[in-house]
Design a protein around this ligand. Structure first.
Ligand code: 8U8
Length: 633
């Protein structure tokens, strides 16, 4: 991994990249800033931009009954344009209870699982369904025994039939079903697990596959979601899937619709390692090359890295997880995955950040909980107030990218994939130009600021507005507010409100400039620029508005969710107000929100909630209103 001091960083920038050096206006007042020029040509289409990063995960699934998790998931589901669609939660099947698993017929209670799935779907998200966890802890002790494999097959087919009855065939066929999470490091059931028990894994895979296909051959199934690079579990299962025969069905080669892998940017640790983006990309490439060499048929299947986190160890604390470093890492990784994997040889279709755990600033979560009470994972009578972290807003920025990329050049130089500053240019379905700039170095201590100049070939006459959203040390930065307040365990109501306002993306809006666009981009920073055209009408009313009271640190709060109907690239954001008994309204927040969710203190006298969008031309759209229910715990 390359690790450069900020001084070396500057030398690398100037050496490789720079067209001109912008001198500080007052000599000696500021250090020299590197300047980077990008030329974007919207007329030169460079291919599709599938949104392949729209996934997250967490464990354990019982957390879905927890109030703070419900708030966090509502915000993930609330990322604009279904920016987080897939939720991969381990051990889902522990939510099922069963009597008589080995009698005929077993009696199931699916209600716990149904409630979890209902919640995901209601939020507009879908399960990336690991067929993992033992219902009622039934002792599957050896999948190599034909009787046990048959019992598991029957259970899985009953499960799949139940899901199809409940959610419909079309919906369930759109899901991903996967074997046990990380079978190379996690024992499955009470099976006498050993690191090299490839045969056990193969039997388990075959029984799961058979059960799913009994219910519906159209279901999508794959694996193995292994943790260790080229572990024998991975290579052994690949051999089976390429040339083996399903032990239960006789199907040869066995059914497999995708290959899932886990490649992260470094091991668990407190220190000294920063994440290594190269480690993720090199590790993925190594696994792909292995498949291409040994199992070319499997190399043509969709390849999914469904845990591509910067570092292993969700609960370890790293400062950068609460800052702009994390979203910038994710944004740059998306850019590199696009260049190096999505457009490369493998059919790389999905990557997931496993970042929907519940945790503090330094842990792998997308919100921070503040609680006045016991702080445990159960119900919390004292209440909890959640604040968005920059990485959540980073998912929103990514969701605003278009669906086609267009040409970007940096004249005089070919910026490498890990150049400090890069630009990804795209066109939205409505024809708006969406540019994503990242200023990144894996070294979390790197600092610096670049002057970025963007020239649009053909000019900007097609658009009327320029909006810029930024996540960097000074923008979309709630943690400094908490730091300045003395890092209180229990922030005051004012401190909470200030953190929440600071956490929001905030559009900087201007007329589309005639000439080049220039902006400063600090390390570590992501900026999204949208050149857009004014729609004929003001934004339509949002749909599906729901408002639910929750218990916050300082009394009731309200969690508001809606489905956006306007193109969020053309919005300042949404305004959310409480409806009061006398017919007046009270704003719940200051900064319009780009996402489709908000949590804020609930005024005592509120009788309902009203939400409307405001566009970049200052027009308020039609509003939607809803009464306030209570979020069940
Ligand atoms: C490499 C590795 C070794 C090991 O013994 O256990 C692991 C467990 C290893 C890698 C990942 C792992 O668990 C996954 O990673 C976790 C994490 O905290 O990074 C979680 O994100 C995942 O849910 C878990 O599947």
């Amino acid at each position: 991994m390359k690790r450069l001091s900020s001084r070396h960083q500057l030398i690398r920038v100037t050496g490789l990249f720079v067209l001109s050096i912008v001198m500080a206006a007052q000599a000696g007042a500021e250090p020299e800033k590197p300047a980077v020029t990008f030329i974007v040509d919207p007329a030169e289409d460079t291919g599709p931009l599938p949104h392949f990063w729209t996934a997250t995960g967490f464990t354990p699934p019982g957390l879905m009954n927890n109030e703070r998790m419900r708030v966090q998931l509502a915000h993930l589901g609330g990322v604009a344009l279904a920016g987080v669609e897939w939720v991969r939660a381990h051990d889902l099947l522990t939510l099922v209870t069963v009597e008589g698993m080995d009698t005929d017929p077993p009696v199931y209670d699916w209600s716990g699982l149904d409630a979890a799935l209902d919640q995901m779907l209601e939020l507009g998200m879908r399960p990336f369904f690991e067929v993992m966890g033992s219902p009622s802890g039934f002792a599957f002790t050896d999948m190599r025994s034909d009787e046990q494999a048959a019992l598991w097959r029957r259970f899985v087919s009953d499960l799949a039939r139940h899901l199809i009855d409940l959610y419909g065939q079309e919906e369930v066929r759109s899901w991903y079903f996967e074997v046990w999470n990380e079978p190379d490091v996690t024992p499955w059931f009470n099976h006498p697990w050993a690191e090299d028990d490839v045969e056990g894994l193969i039997r388990y895979y075959d029984a799961t596959s058979a059960g799913l296909m009994d219910a519906d051959p159209g279901l999508r199934f794959g694996g193995p979601g292994t943790a260790r690079q080229l572990s024998v579990m991975f290579t052994g299962l690949m051999r089976h899937l390429d040339t083996g025969t399903n032990h239960l069905t006789g199907q040869s080669p066995p059914r497999c619709d995708f290959i899932s892998i886990h490649v992260k940017g470094g091991p668990p640790s407190w220190k000294p390692a920063d994440p290594s983006m190269d480690a993720i990309l090199d590790g993925q490439r190594e696994l792909y090359d292995y498949l291409a060499e040994h199992h070319p048929r499997l190399a043509r299947l969709p390849l999914i890295n469904n845990e591509c986190d910067p570092l292993v160890g969700w609960s370890d604390r790293h400062d950068w997880r609460g800052t702009s470093y994390y979203p910038t890492f994710v944004a740059r990784l998306v850019h590199r995955q696009l260049d190096e994997m999505v457009r490369g040889e493998p059919e790389f279709t999905l990557m997931s950040n496993d970042h929907a755990f519940l945790g503090g600033w330094g842990q792998r979560s997308v919100m921070v909980p503040f609680t006045a009470g016991d702080g445990d994972e159960g119900t919390n009578p004292a209440g909890v107030s959640m604040v968005k972290k920059p990485v959540l807003e980073g998912m929103t920025l990514l969701s605003l990218l278009g669906d086609r990329t267009v040409s970007v050049t940096a004249p005089g130089t070919e910026p490498g994939p890990d150049a400090p500053v890069r630009c990804l240019a795209s066109l939205s379905p409505a024809g708006d130009l969406v540019l994503m700039l990242t200023h990144h170095d894996d070294n979390s201590a790197a600092t610096g600021e670049a002057t970025v100049r963007i020239e649009i070939a053909g000019g900007t006459a097609a658009w009327s507005r320029l909006a810029v959203w930024r996540i960097d040390p000074r923008h979309t930065a709630p943690k400094p507010v908490w730091d300045t307040a003395g890092q209180p365990d229990v922030p005051t109501a004012e401190q909470l409100q200030a953190m929440r306002e600071a956490a929001e993306l905030r559009a900087e809006v201007s007329d589309a400039p005639d000439g080049p666009i220039t902006l400063n981009l600090p390390m570590h920073g992501t900026a999204l620029l949208v050149l857009s055209e004014q729609p004929t009408d003001a934004p339509p009313a949002p749909r599906g508005l729901r408002a639910r009271a929750t218990t916050g640190v300082h009394g009731d709060e309200v969690l508001v969710q809606w489905n956006g109907t306007a193109d969020p690239r053309r919005l300042l954001g949404y305004r959310v107000e409480a409806l009061l008994p006398d017919g007046t309204t009270r704003a719940l927040h200051e900064t319009p929100v780009v996402s489709n969710s908000l949590v804020r203190p609930l005024p005592n006298d509120a009788v309902g909630i009203r939400v409307r969008a405001v566009d970049l031309w200052g027009r308020s759209g039609a509003s939607a209103s809803a009464p306030i229910a209570r979020l069940s715990r």
